[in-house]
Design a protein around this ligand. Structure first.
Ligand SMILES: *Cc1c(COP(=O)(O)O)cnc(C)c1O
Length: 421
C-alpha cells in the first residue's frame, strides 16, 4: 500500500530524468540511517549509491546532525552580501588549507551545476579583466559531465548534454578527446595551440568521468593537460564535484595527480550529504585578476542562499569527520574488496568490463535493455543500486562495513548474471 502522501502528491511532483508517463512510481522512503534506507512499507535497503555520491559518512551522522541543530537554533540563514558569519569563514579557511597549491579563494553557491557556471564565468571575466578579448570558449572532453544547466550542458558529452536536441539554445564549445596516450596528448597540444586565442579554459573531471559513464583515466592524463594549458596560457578548471572528499581514497583527485588547477569546483560530498552546498575555488592569480579600482572588475554573481550557515555548519562537521575518522583508509578498503568481489562478473554473458577506482565499482554491460526491470530486481534483493546507460555501479558510503559491501557486490554480480541469462 502506498502512503496517502505519495498517492496525493505524486501527480504534482516532477521527478528528475524521468519519463513521467511510463516510469514506475518512486519508492516511498521514510527514514535513513547509517548505510540504510527505510521504506514506508517496512522494507530496508542497503544503499549502494550514497544519494548521488553525497553521503560519505552514511546518513544521519550524529556529529553532523548536532552541528546543524546547533546552527539552526543560532541562525539558519543570513545573506552573504554585506554580512559574514563564522560557519562560512571557517569553512573557506579550512578548504583553502586542505586544497592543493594556492587554491584559496572560495565562492559558495548551492548546487554543483551553479558552481561550474561560476567557474566558467570566472574564467571568461579573468581574460576580460586582463584586457584579452575574445577568449570566451571552453574545451571539454568526450564522456564528461558537468551539470544540467544550459552553460554546463554545453561542456558535457554531446549525448549527455543533449547537444543535438538543444542546438541553438546553448553555446557551442570545443570538444575533444582526453589526452590519455602520448599520441592523444600531442593532438591535444596542437588543438590548444590552434584555439588558444579563443579559449577561456579547459574543463575536466579528474581521474573519473562520472555521470557520463564512470570511465577512468590516470594522473598522467591530468599532468599532460596541466602542462599543455601552461604552455599555451589557458586556464584549467578541474571539476571535483564527484571525486572530491575521499571517493578515490585521497581527499581530492588532484592530490593523486599532483596538479593544481586554476579553478576547482566542489559539491556532492562537501556536506556529507546533509545540505545543498557547492563552491568554486580560485587560485591567487585568478582572484587577483578581479581586484582593481574599477567596480566593474568584480565578479558579478551572488546566489541568494550562498554560504547558507546550516550547510556550512554541516560541511565543517563533515570535515571534522574526515580529520577524526579513517575515511580515506575506508575508501581504500572498499576499493580492495570491490576489486576481488566484482571480478566474478567479468566472465558473465553481456559483461564488457569490470573496473574499480577508489570507492567506485563498475560493471559495464553491452547494453541494458530493461533498465526498469533491472532496477526492480535490485530493490527486490534489498539493495539500492541504480544502473544507468549500460552501467551497473556502486559508490557506497565510505563508512560501509565489509559485510554490507559484500552484500552489495554479490547482489550486483548475481543480478547481472540473472539478467544476462
Ligand atoms: C553532479 C555533478 C555536477 C552537477 O552537480 P548538481 O549539484 O547536480 O548541479 C557537476 N559536475 C560533476 C562532476 C558532477 O558529478
Amino acid at each position: 500500500m502506498e502512503p496517502s502522501w505519495l498517492t496525493q502528491g505524486l501527480p504534482h511532483l516532477w521527478l528528475p530524468y524521468t519519463q513521467m508517463k511510463t516510469t514506475p512510481p518512486p519508492l516511498a522512503v521514510s527514514r535513513s540511517d547509517g548505510v540504510r534506507l527505510y521504506l514506508d512499507d517496512g522494507r530496508v535497503l542497503i544503499d549502494g549509491i550514497s544519494s548521488w555520491w553525497t553521503a560519505a559518512h552514511g546518513y544521519n551522522h550524529p556529529h553532523i546532525r548536532e552541528a546543524v541543530t546547533r546552527q539552526l537554533e543560532l541562525m539558519p540563514h543570513v545573506m552573504l552580501g554585506g554580512l559574514a558569519h563564522e560557519p562560512a569563514c571557517r569553512l573557506a579557511k579550512r578548504l583553502s588549507d586542505m586544497l592543493p597549491g594556492d587554491l584559496g579563494h572560495v565562492f559558495f553557491c548551492e548546487s554543483g551545476s551553479v558552481a561550474v557556471e561560476i567557474a566558467m564565468k570566472m574564467a571568461v571575466q579573468y581574460w576580460i579583466n586582463r584586457g584579452e578579448r575574445g577568449r570566451t570558449r571552453f574545451v571539454s572532453f568526450r564522456g564528461g559531465y558537468h551539470g544540467d544547466t544550459l552553460a554546463t550542458m554545453s561542456v558535457c558529452d554531446p549525448d549527455e548534454g543533449m547537444h543535438t536536441l538543444f542546438k541553438g539554445a546553448m553555446a557551442e564549445q570545443l570538444l575533444t578527446d582526453l589526452p590519455r596516450t602520448p599520441e592523444k596528448a600531442g593532438a591535444f597540444e596542437r588543438f590548444l595551440a590552434a584555439h588558444a586565442h579563443e579559449i577561456a579554459a579547459v574543463i575536466t573531471e579528474p581521474l573519473v568521468q562520472g555521470a557520463g559513464g564512470m570511465r577512468f583515466h590516470d594522473g598522467e592524463t591530468l599532468k599532460a593537460m596541466r602542462a599543455a594549458c601552461d604552455r599555451h596560457g589557458v586556464l584549467l578548471i578541474v571539476d571535483e564535484i564527484f571525486t572530491g572528499f575521499g571517493r578515490l581514497g585521497s581527499m581530492f583527485a588532484c592530490d593523486q595527480a599532483g596538479i593544481v588547477p586554476d579553478i576547482m569546483t566542489l559539491s556532492k560530498a562537501l556536506t556529507g550529504g546533509t545540505m545543498a552546498l557547492a563552491c568554486a575555488v580560485a587560485r591567487a592569480h585568478v582572484f587577483e585578476a578581479f581586484l582593481g579600482d574599477d567596480a566593474g572588475m568584480a565578479l558579478m554573481h551572488g546566489p541568494t542562499y550562498m554560504g547558507n550557515p546550516l550547510a556550512c555548519a554541516a560541511a565543517n562537521a563533515s570535515l571534522d569527520l574526515f580529520e577524526r575518522e579513517p575515511r580515506l583508509e575506508q575508501a581504500r578498503a572498499i576499493e580492495a574488496q570491490l576489486r576481488v568481489e566484482l571480478e566474478r562478473a567479468r566472465k558473465l554473458a553481456g559483461v564488457v568490463d569490470v573496473r574499480v577506482k577508489g570507492a567506485i565499482g563498475v560493471i559495464e554491460l553491452e547494453k541494458i535493455s530493461d533498465l526498469n526491470g533491472l532496477k526492480r530486481r535490485f530493490v527486490e534483493a534489498g539493495v539500492w543500486i541504480r544502473p544507468f546507460g549500460n552501467i551497473v555501479y556502486t559508490t557506497p558510503p565510505l563508512v560501509i562495513g565489509a559485510d554490507d559491501l559484500g552484500i552489495l557486490a554479490s547482489t550486483m554480480v548475481r543480478v547481472v548474471a540473472e539478467a544476462g541469462a
